[in-house]
Design a protein around this ligand. Structure first.
Ligand code: NAD
Ligand code: MG
Length: 399
């Protein structure tokens, strides 16, 4: 079997670490071609020794300097006999397009993941997509790139991976109405504040918001899960990935995070994918396709879990979900605003500069301000993204 040569974008993050864990279980199948990290060079150092990439890239300038000055390269050479090439930020797109690369795990957090992901798609690579923000920001451009190059996007996000598994194998997102699908049901845990008194949400701290009951994840997505902006981003992600209109996309709260999503068909059948809440399962699914491979995640014991509960989401408690439903109606304009304003707001919240409920107020303000814009081309989109971010920063004190 030819080994699959993979670039991991965001290797030191939660998804990156899980991806390397799955790959290391199958050395006969996978080669780590390159590791791309932000600033955690101590973990990157360990990953280089263990996974032996040909190339590495450190995005954060300070961390890159520390790597160069701290004799990390020398230690890698002494300890493992390796000399991986250290690339610069300007090499990122070309790295993802290299002829030596088969596929790219897109697991950088936020809009920063768009450029390399789009580059990989333009070059016809298979992209394992965890970085939902890139699709929310630039869905149309990413799909156009796939159409032109024949690239594939395989969903890593657990809900979209579940849906992908429940759809017919010949499913086509450009012709979604031929498959008898009634609707897609994205499940959501409801996060840490599902049952908290509403008035308590005003004084929530970053520590409380990142403490997710079921999943262990990076900080940004943990805050997004608490506000349910994560489910909002996922609704928009589903719109682009599966090509179904907003009316066929729905959300159901499921506190146990065992049913990862469902597809309801016109004959009344509902197909669901179940598993323990461990991202190694969807990661192993996309890496292994068309085979099923060991992921290392624990087996599901339904008798021990006893109960699976479901309830409708409360849009007053989770107004970010309400805004996402609005964004579904004009995804090319409203979704980029939703994403950019949310990224700014979450950062401000994590830095204790705004309150938890101000995340919604700020995103709402930005969506009202910019809703009538039309965006021309990819450059226009990047300018628009920057403009929304600046407006959000300037107005954060007033929400
Ligand atoms: P994380 O914060 O743990 O990791 C992010 C990674 O991206 C780190 O390696 C960081 O160094 C790197 N990074 C950040 N900015 C960068 C930049 N400008 N250039 C290069 N690298 C940069 O985040 P995560 O939880 O692993 O999430 C990653 C993505 O996957 C997010 O888009 C998230 O929404 C999505 N996702 C995560 C989970 C999960 O369980 N963690 C589940 C579904 C989807
Ligand atoms: Mg998800």
């Amino acid at each position: 079997m030819n080994k699959q040569s993979i670039v991991i974008l965001g290797s030191t993050g939660s998804i990156g670490v899980s991806t390397l864990d799955v790959m290391a279980r199958h050395p006969e199948r996978f080669d780590v071609y390159a590791l791309v990290a932000g600033s955690n060079i101590d973990l990157l150092f360990q990953q280089v020794i263990t996974h032996r990439p040909k190339k590495i890239l450190i995005a954060n300038a300070q961390a890159r300097n520390k790597w160069l000055q701290g004799a990390y390269a020398e230690r890698v050479k002494n300890q493992a006999g390796l000399q991986p090439e250290l690339l610069g930020q300007g090499d990122l797109a070309a790295l993802c397009q290299s002829a030596e690369v088969d596929s790219v795990m897109a697991a950088i957090v936020g809009a920063a993941g768009l450029e390399p992901t789009l580059a990989a798609l333009e070059a016809g690579k298979t992209v394992f997509l965890a970085n939902k923000e890139s699709l929310v920001l630039a869905g149309r451009f990413m799909l156009d790139a796939c159409k032109k190059s024949g690239a594939r996007i395989l969903p890593v996000d657990s809900e979209h991976n579940a849906i992908y598994q429940c759809l017919p194998s010949n499913y086509s997102s450009t012709d979604p109405h031929t498959h008898g699908i009634e609707r897609i049901i994205l499940t959501a845990s409801g996060g840490p504040f599902r049952t908290s008194p509403l008035e308590d949400l005003l004084s929530v701290t970053p520590e409380q918001a990142v403490a997710h009951p079921n999943w262990s994840m990076g900080k940004k997505i943990s805050v997004d899960s608490a506000s349910m902006a994560n489910k909002g981003l996922e609704l928009i992600e589903a719109l682009w990935l599966f090509g179904l209109p907003a009316a066929q996309l729905s959300v159901l709260i499921h506190p146990q995070s065992i049913v990862h999503s469902m597809v309801e068909y016109k004959d009344g059948s509902v197909l669901a994918q179940l598993g323990c809440p461990d991202m190694r399962t969807p990661i192993a699914h996309v890496l292994g396709l068309p085979d099923r491979i060991e992921s290392g995640s624990p087996r599901l014991n339904l008798a021990q879990i006893v109960q699976l509960n479901f309830e409708e989401p409360d849009l007053a408690r989770f107004p970010m979900l309400k805004l996402a439903y609005e964004a579904l109606n004009a995804p090319s304009t409203l979704a980029p605003i939703y994403n950019a304003a949310n990224e700014v707001a979450v950062e401000l919240f994590l830095n204790r500069q705004i309150g938890f409920m101000n995340i919604y107020s700020l995103v709402n303000l930005c969506m009202n301000k910019f809703s009538s814009r039309t965006i021309q081309g990819l450059d226009g989109l990047f300018d628009f993204d920057t403009e929304v971010r600046q407006f959000a920063l300037q107005n954060a004190a007033h929400v």
